[in-house]
Structures are given as structure tokens and as C-alpha cells.
Design a protein around this ligand. Structure first.
Ligand SMILES: NC(=O)N[C@@H](CC(=O)O)C(=O)O
Ligand SMILES: [Zn+2]
Ligand SMILES: [Zn+2]
Length: 424
């Protein structure tokens, strides 16, 4: 079976070209201008559209098993596809936590059975995500884990992190860290600063992140482990990563779309849709994140898609859970706010959403090239779209971007040459 995507603006070999893309069965057959094929090929008109490798998101929460009222592997992976993502890495803050080879294998099987896209699975660093009992890194790697992470909770003890890094290094798995020193959080629900004071809400100190980043960079230097920082959010953390990279320490990091386009000066009232972990930081932090993305200090963008139910996210920031969704709005929000404003080039944005995240975790994804799997996303760069609750395939509607008018809404996603169909 052949499908021809005609006349798109195609992102291939890290460059944008006007070209046609020919899919044959599960693979890309050819990418070049003016491909001519026989009459029985399915032809897709991509004039004025952007055609990219399926996007890669190395940080999502699919909530199954344990929290299926928030999301399932079915709904979460369909939401990712709806946003143009064809490869994701799913977090292990589930119930039960997939902390043994047997549980992890069962999770990977569920991902394969119910997933609409390619789902890689993280395993935990410690057995219950909070203790100091390390998991069996070798067994989890053999069972299929792509990396170890306790996302949702920082590893509180330096000794635990040091031992975890040694074990991870021995089996060549990255440590993927949610960096947060609980002793500096102090019951905060948003970034500590002028806005929190004005709203009378308890603040989370920015050093709750950067002090743990400093600790862990020192531990990564000492152990030689690959240390990847989740959802980096402060100027001081960026400064440390920049220095560590210069010193040749094996550190990488990701940033979320929301930390790039929102900051705490935009929080006007007690709004649970603006509550996530790490919190939206200050204006200067956000500028440092954008600069870090442009100069390569930040390796990639990852959504931290964190769905919660409407009931959970109703009420006050004091009581609502941390987290917002991201899969379905990521590209359009970033394209509109960073590329159309000429702060970031389209190629830079696409690199951060395709081959660069794949490179961080050595995933075979994010390249649109002949002989590669036909994982493709198509976006409409020119039509304005106002984001509405009814746009979402995810069970989670908890996003601050509802009501925003954006460009770059996704129009089609292919996985292994198959077009994904959405129930909306
Ligand atoms: N980001 C969040 O605010 N919440 C995440 C956990 C996490 O990524 O730390 C979640 O699981 O809901
Ligand atoms: Zn986290
Ligand atoms: Zn997360």
C-alpha cells in the first residue's frame, strides 16, 4: 500500500524543504520534490502544511494502572497522537509501581496492547518512589526499562542518589530526575515570590530545585552516570547545567512547553490550572529557559502531560493536585508563542521535539528518512484555532491554554504508515 503526502514543508535531515513524502506499507519509501507514482496511490494534499517526523515526548503520565479516572494508556496515547507525537516515554508513578521485572514486563505489554503509538516505559529508582530501597536496575533493564526515574518526587538522600547512579551506570541506564528538595518546598503551591505574596499563597523556593541539581551534577561527575533532569525550571539550574556540560559531565535536561511560555507574573488569581510541579517560575527564569533552549543547554522539550479529573482540579491551588496536560497543545502553543514571534526558529523547535529527545534516551525515533518507519505528523501553520475543551481526546482537560488562539494545530498523524483516527 502506498500513500503520497504532496507539496508539504517537510522537516528532514534537520532542515525544512518543500517536498513530497511517499509511504510504502510501514516505511518511508522516498522524500523528494515531485514524486510521481501510479494512479492507485492514496494522495494527501499537504500544500501550506508542515510535515514532520512524528514528535517524540520523553515525559508523559498515562495513569494506568491505578488512576484510570485521570487517563488510560488508550486515551493518553491517543491524545499524544492527536498532538502529533508518535513516540513517548511513560512515567512509573502508577499503582502498583512497576518496580520488578515481572510488573514492568506486564506494563510494557499493556502499553503495546492498548497504545496507539510507540510507548517506552520508565522504571523507578526506588521501590515505592519515595524510600531509599533501590530497585534492581539490571533486572529492570533486562525487562525493557529505558531509564530509571522517581518522577513526581525528588530523591531526598545524596547517598541514595549516589548508589542509584552507580547501579544505573553499571547497566548503562540514564537516571532521569525530578529535582526537588522536600525540605525547601514547605507546603508551597506556586513559585515563591511577589505574585505568591500578593495572592496570599504559600511559595515553593526556587532553590528547592537548583540545590538538588547542584548536588546531582556533583554526583554525576563522581559516578560517570548519565544524569537527565526533568522539567528544568530555574535560571540557576540552567546556569549549572551549562557549566556542567562545559566540564564534560554527562548531564542532559528537558523543559516543558508551559515553562517556556508562562511565568508566575501571569497568575492573576488562585487558579488550579496554573498549578504544576515545578511551578511556573519568574519572568527571568523563563527568559533563561528560552536562552538555554536556543544555545543547546536544554536538550529537548517534553510535555510532562499530567492529566487529572475536573473534580480534582476544581477549587483552590491549595488543594488541587500538581500537573497540567500537554500532549495535544504542545506544538501549536510553542509554534505560536516562540516561532511566530521569531524568538526560536521552526527548525530549532522541531529539533527539540524530534531527534534531540530521541538522542537523549537513544530511541530509534524522530527522523523522517527513507527506510525509517513512517511515523509522521502534519500541522496547519496558517489557520487560527481557538483551543476548546471539546478539542481534547485526553481524559484530562486540565490545561491553562483553553481559550487561547493558536496556529500550528495538528491535522493528521501516521504511525508505521497507518493514519490514526480520533473519536472527536
Ligand atoms: N508535573 C506535575 O505537576 N505532576 C506530575 C508529577 C511530576 O511530573 O512531577 C503528575 O504525575 O501529576
Ligand atoms: Zn516531575
Ligand atoms: Zn512528570
Amino acid at each position: 500500500m502506498q500513500t503520497l503526502i504532496k507539496n508539504g514543508l517537510v522537516y528532514t535531515n534537520q532542515q525544512l524543504h518543500h517536498a513530497d513524502v511517499l509511504i510504502e506499507d510501514e516505511k518511508i519509501k522516498a522524500i523528494s520534490p515531485d514524486i510521481n507514482v501510479s494512479a492507485d496511490v492514496t494522495c494527501i494534499d499537504a500544500q501550506d502544511k508542515l510535515v514532520t517526523p512524528g514528535l517524540v515526548d520523553i515525559h508523559v503520565h498515562f495513569r494506568e494502572p491505578g488512576f484510570t479516572h485521570k487517563e488510560t494508556i488508550d486515551s493518553g496515547s491517543l491524545a499524544a497522537a492527536h498532538g502529533g507525537f508518535t513516540t513517548v516515554c511513560a512515567m512509573p508513578n502508577l499503582n502498583p509501581v512497576p518496580n520488578t521485572a515481572q510488573l514492568l514486563k506486564a506494563q510494557i505489554k499493556r502499553n503495546q496492547t492498548d497504545g496507539h503509538i510507540k510507548i517506552n516505559q520508565y522504571a523507578p529508582i526506588t521501590n515505592d518512589l519515595t524510600s531509599t530501597d533501590l530497585t534492581d536496575a539490571a533486572a529492570l533493564k533486562a525487562a525493557g526499562a529505558i531509564a530509571l526515574t522517581n518522577d513526581g518526587k525528588g530523591v531526598q538522600s545524596a547517598g541514595t542518589m549516589y548508589d542509584a547512579m552507580l547501579l544505573a551506570k553499571a547497566v548503562d541506564l540514564p537516571i532521569v530526575a525530578h529535582v526537588e528538595d522536600d525540605s525547601l518546598v514547605r507546603g508551597g503551591v506556586m513559585n515563591a515570590g511577589v505574585t505568591a505574596e500578593k495572592l496570599g499563597l504559600p511559595g515553593i523556593l526556587s532553590v528547592s530545585e537548583s540545590s538538588q541539581v547542584a548536588r546531582d551534577i556533583a554526583l554525576a561527575a563522581a559516578t560517570g552516570a548519565h544524569y537527565h533532569i526533568c522539567h528544568i525550571s530555574t535560571a540557576e539550574s540552567i546556569r549549572q547545567v551549562r557549566e556542567a556540560k562545559k566540564a564534560g559531565i554527562s548531564v542532559t535536561c528537558e523543559v516543558t512547553p508551559h515553562h517556556l511560555v508562562l511565568d508566575d507574573t501571569m497568575i492573576t488569581h488562585d487558579d488550579p490550572m496554573m498549578k504544576m510541579n515545578p511551578p511556573l517560575r519568574g519572568f527571568e527564569d523563563r527568559q533563561a529557559l528560552i536562552a538555554g533552549l536556543i544555545d543547546g543547554t536544554i536538550d529537548c522539550i517534553a510535555t510532562d502531560h499530567a492529566p487529572h479529573s475536573a473534580e480534582e482540579k476544581a477549587g483552590s491551588m491549595r488543594t488541587a493536585p500538581f500537573g497540567i496536560t500537554g500532549s495535544e497543545t504542545a506544538f501549536a502553543v510553542l509554534y505560536t508563542q516562540l516561532v511566530r514571534t521569531r524568538m526560536v526558529s521552526l527548525s530549532q523547535l522541531l529539533a527539540a521535539l524530534t531527534h534531540k529527545p530521541a538522542a537523549v534516551l537513544k530511541l530509534n525515533a524522530g527522523q523522517l528518512q527513507a527506510a525509517q518507519p513512517a511515523d509522521i505528523a502534519i500541522f496547519d501553520l496558517n489557520t487560527a484555532h481557538t483551543i476548546q475543551v471539546s478539542d481534547f481526546v485526553s481524559k484530562g482537560k486540565n490545561t491553562p491554554f483553553i481559550g487561547d488562539t493558536v496556529y500550528g494545530w495538528p491535522t493528521a498523524t501516521y504511525v508505521n504508515g497507518q493514519k490514526i483516527h480520533f473519536p472527536i
